[in-house]
Design a protein around this ligand. Structure first.
Ligand SMILES: Nc1nc2c(ncn2[C@@H]2O[C@H](COP(=O)(O)OP(=O)(O)OP(=O)(O)O)[C@@H](O)[C@H]2O)c(=O)[nH]1
Ligand SMILES: [Mg+2]
Length: 491
């Protein structure tokens, strides 16, 4: 991938409303960052393993590595993308390790700088020694995410793609992995570029008019402008709406299993997990502390928490457990309210269930009612869910569990996912989209009210800049520090 060094200078060009004082990346800061001093870090996890990789990047990457690496030829004289077997020797000529050094010449490397990657034997001490040698010969220790930050500053990745690298590393479910790989491939960037180009055209048209304001000409038909602006807002709206699903892909769904003692909560956890994790016992009050486990349904992560049965109790330990159960329920995305089917059978449901329904309705938590132990009433219990919020199961026999799994997935994704559409997973992106939408709506209102194009253009530019923050065309040092400090060292 070619690097575009000029991009971030252009990004804060003539129309950018933010002054350098507001912390925007200025040309001066950019050039300082571009100073590309040489950094080094271990890029693989610390510990024992087959190999460990030490990554060196920057102006002097080759000469730094050559001071300790002895192979057939000097790395400085080697072409890009070649691997070299050799030895690492310390300052006194002592043999430290055998390594393979791989060379990448700027701009064809992860950082767009000169890079050397040394694969040494995996092990804490040997890795540490090789890194220390790099640091003593002219490299400095890389900060968290500094390699990826350089890739961004050098134009190899935009900011949303750089964030996708972090998400990819941290992804814990198939869904999180899939969404981060799509973002890394530039899907979100492309969608945003489409809207930005459109808005940029509209703003330029309006600004051109201003240059000819004396002559009172109108370059852009107002109705056409309005329609085009509405189209752009629709795209922003769609991206914003996708965040609810994106958050689920990224973070999973928190499910609290609640209900009265002995309803079969722990049995339900076990059957969903496919293993006997929680203790199941006929004595009410068996579960006293919360137990959490993860399951995956179609690649989406669900974090299930089994809780103590909800009831008034004099036992202090059990009482504490019940309070924890209530707190867990309040922090959940979904509450699975497990009830003994006997209660419905005898038509004597508990007022506690209505209280739970009220709490969920007020807090926006999704409530799923699970009538359990249907095996005891084979003739009467319905076999399939009446709707997406009520299920009939037997945790003991496994009946209806597949329906429940599918229902949970459908409920979590709110039936609105379309595999093909771009999903926003990042809270920073959501905030920028929301700000952009606000400005664009204002621009639209101003346009409709027939005010001068000057005012419309002002809000359009604000909307554009908010979108530019997502991909990093407009950015600040603080934002960058915040993003890259969450990365691991060596990435
Ligand atoms: N027949 C039948 N028995 C069940 C079913 N689910 C659970 N049980 C039994 O009900 C009893 C209580 O089950 P648990 O899973 O421990 O119930 P719990 O809700 O976790 O109970 P506490 O932790 O005490 O609040 C055990 O004897 C289970 O074997 C079911 O679907 N059918
Ligand atoms: Mg239990």
């Amino acid at each position: 991938m070619e690097c575009d060094h000029a991009k971030y200078i252009c990004g804060i060009g003539a129309h950018a409303p933010l002054s350098p004082a507001a912390g925007v990346l200025t040309l001066h800061m950019y050039l300082k960052l571009k100073d590309n001093d040489t950094i080094a870090a271990v890029a693989t996890p610390l510990g024992e393993g087959g190999i460990s990789v030490i990554r060196v990047s920057g102006r002097n990457a080759f000469s730094v590595a050559d001071k300790v690496f002895v192979g057939r030829s000097k790395l400085s004289d080697s072409p890009s993308h070649t691997a070299h077997f050799g030895r690492i020797l310390d300052g006194s000529g002592n043999f430290v390790d055998e390594v393979v050094a791989v060379t990448f010449r700027a701009p064809n490397s992860y950082t767009c700088e000169d890079v050397v990657e040394l694969s040494c034997h995996g092990g804490y001490l040997v890795t540490h020694k090789v890194l220390q040698l790099m640091l003593s010969t002219g490299a400095r220790s890389a900060e968290p995410g500094e390699f990826t930050k350089r890739a961004f500053l050098n134009g190899r990745l935009d900011l949303s793609q750089a964030e996708a690298v972090g998400d990819l590393i941290h992804s814990q479910s198939e869904a999180a992995y899939r969404s981060s790989i799509r973002q890394l491939s530039g899907e979100l960037s492309r969608e945003l570029k489409g809207v930005r180009d459109e808005l940029l055209n509209l703003a330029s048209l309006l600004e051109l008019e201003l240059d000819f304001s004396e002559e009172d000409v109108e370059f852009a038909n107002r109705k056409t402008l309005e329609n085009r602006m509405v189209g752009a807002i629709e795209v922003v709206d769609r991206l914003l709406a996708s965040y609810a699903v994106g958050k689920i892909y990224r973070e999973g769904v928190r499910v609290t299993i609640a209900g009265k003692p002995n309803a079969g909560k722990s049995s339900l956890l076990n059957v969903l997990l496919g293993e006997d994790r929680a203790i199941v016992n006929p004595t009410p009050g068996t579960t006293r502390d919360t137990i959490s486990e993860n399951i995956s349904i179609n690649g989406v992560l669900f974090r299930l928490t089994d809780t103590a049965g909800l009831r008034e109790t004099a036992d202090t330990i059990e009482h504490e457990g019940v309070e924890r159960a209530q707190r867990e329920a309040e922090n959940a995305d979904v509450v699975l309210l497990v009830m003994d089917y006997k209660e419905q059978y005898y038509n004597g449901t508990d007022p506690m269930y209505n209280r739970m329904a009220d709490v969920c309705a007020h807090t926006g938590i999704k409530l799923v009612k699970v009538w359990n132990k249907t095996d005891l009433y084979p003739a009467e219990a319905p076999r399939s869910p009446k709707d997406g919020h009520v299920f009939y199961v037997s945790a003991l026999k496994g009946d209806g569990i597949e329906y429940l799994r599918k229902g949970l997935l459908k409920l979590a994704l709110s039936e609105q996912t379309n595999e093909a559409s771009v999903v926003v997973t990042n809270a920073r992106h959501r905030d920028a989209l929301a700000r952009s939408r606000k400005s664009l709506k204002m621009a639209l209102e101003t346009l409709k009210s027939g005010k001068s194009g000057e005012f419309v253009a002002l809000d359009l530019r604000a909307g554009l800049n908010a979108l530019g923050e997502i991909t990093g065309e407009i950015t600040t040092e603080d934002v960058l520090d915040n993003i890259f400090s969450k990365f691991c060292i060596g990435k």
